[in-house]
Write a protein that binds this ligand. Sequence first.
Ligand SMILES: *[C@@H]1O[C@H](CO)[C@@H](O)[C@H](O)[C@H]1NC(C)=O
Ligand SMILES: *[C@@H]1O[C@H](CO)[C@@H](O)[C@H](O)[C@H]1NC(C)=O
Ligand SMILES: *[C@@H]1O[C@H](CO)[C@@H](O)[C@H](O)[C@H]1NC(C)=O
Length: 506
Amino acid sequence: MASTCPYALLSFFFFVFIISFLSDAKSPDRQVRFSSTIKSPRLRAEKLIRDLNLFPEQDINMGSDDESLVETPAIVEKQFSFYLLGDPGASVQDLGHHAGYYRLPHTKAARMFYFFFESRNNKNDPVVIWLTGGPGCSSELALFYENGPFQLTSNLSLVWNEYGWDKASNLIYVDQPTGTGFSYTADATDIRHNETGVSNDLYDFLQAFFKEHPQFAKNDFYITGESYAGHYIPAFASRVHQGNKNKEGLHINLKGFAIGNGLTNPSIQYQAYTDYALENKLIQKSDYDRINIKIPDCEQAITDCGNDGEACENAFYVCTSIFSEVMNVAGNINYYDIRKQCEGSLCYDFSNMEDFLNLKTVRDALGVGNRGFVSCSSEVYDAMVRDWMKNLEAGIPALLEDGINVLIYAGDQDLICNWLGNSRWVHVMNWSGQKEFGAASTVPFVSDGKEAGQLKSHGPLSFLKVYKAGHMVPMDQPKAALQMLTSWMHGKLAVTSSTYNVESTL
Ligand SMILES: *[C@@H]1O[C@H](CO)[C@@H](O)[C@H](O)[C@H]1NC(C)=O
Ligand SMILES: *[C@@H]1O[C@H](CO)[C@@H](O)[C@H](O)[C@H]1NC(C)=O
Ligand SMILES: *[C@@H]1O[C@H](CO)[C@@H](O)[C@H](O)[C@H]1NC(C)=O
């Protein structure tokens, strides 16, 4: 979810902490106190999950295993086909649609669930993995509502998504960290608390995946995702790069990573809330001045975080109060898309996904047995609270220096992981091309003959602001998002954009 970008659970999504801070917000000069009287991150996560109209029956996917893990092969995968509407001709069986479980080796009893969709275009297309945020939301949210091969209709049937990312890639979605979606464990010590645990599990999965599918191991490989994945992705990319350098296991052909509306550098991004909100008239100058008084405390708390777990938890409370205060003024807007209001308690309605994945026919097709589906896990969210304020930008310069391509993109209507905060950290990031990046001109990003965003690039680094899109860019601008992915993977993002000759204002 979204809690990530502060609240990025769904990948996007972020959990918002609004409720807990309501009373404090009304008394501006009262110091917000962070004590046990504040509602737990878990309660905040629960509110966030309800905002999405999701009602997972369990807070986390745990339970005894139905098979002996020792005797189970590392990967159990099956091909599946769903009944599809408007099938354009190719039989679904012709397409490589796979779902499976991977037994995570560095755990007591955890299995990671994944979908794998072979490219509708060409099996030599790059392999792309997608990670939804939260932390604790299933990547199936993206599969069915953003960039997957098909979308859900109101009567729970499926239609092809003309702009699915499987039109340009061999596409993997994983449910992670453990306890999210269909991924589960029978042992609570397998629950992850930081990016070391998360990235090691993902790396182990990738190794097993390419062993299972050796014909794809030579393809280019890209990591993508959204929201709290702004934390996962840099850690995962560094883990893969390090594995390659150390010649651990199979070489993984990592070419780049893309983060959409992510939370990556919290210190900078939490300071951008009031600026973004003022610019978009969500708050007034007097609110702006009042809320900004909290910024130095947030900065200090993040500095204190370092490697001290408790200090990191404190920073979470201190800094998220900035966001809560902005929301107290902004009212009922949808913080993933400021063009919209939340209706009743609902900001989005993703309930079809839960209903669909709980259908007996679907479960049989996927081979998940009676295993519960936890769309967003409040316990997984809660377990990551000390990871939240960590600065994941720190590992990116080393990857850029080694030629790994980095695309940071953001829909311009998202508040929670807004483009402004993302643009700022990208600009202040210290790497050998920093100056040139800063001096590069901003050019239009063109999709479908129209200006669909603004792009700035230098060498391996690109920043793209996407117009008329909220937190979930592929949901709001599916065609532009597919074009972005395709052009970027082919090294043509900057080329395509700069040849389009319009006057740019920025
Ligand atoms: C489900 O909805 C789609 C349109 O969204 C319609 O074409 C289809 O016939 C419906 N299927 C059933 C079984 O009602
Ligand atoms: C990450 O969490 C694990 C426990 O899940 C802990 O053993 C390890 O020390 C942590 N690593 C870092 C870098 O915080
Ligand atoms: C930027 O990084 C370089 C190389 O790591 C380092 O020598 C330099 O001090 C850094 N500059 C700033 C302003 O942090």
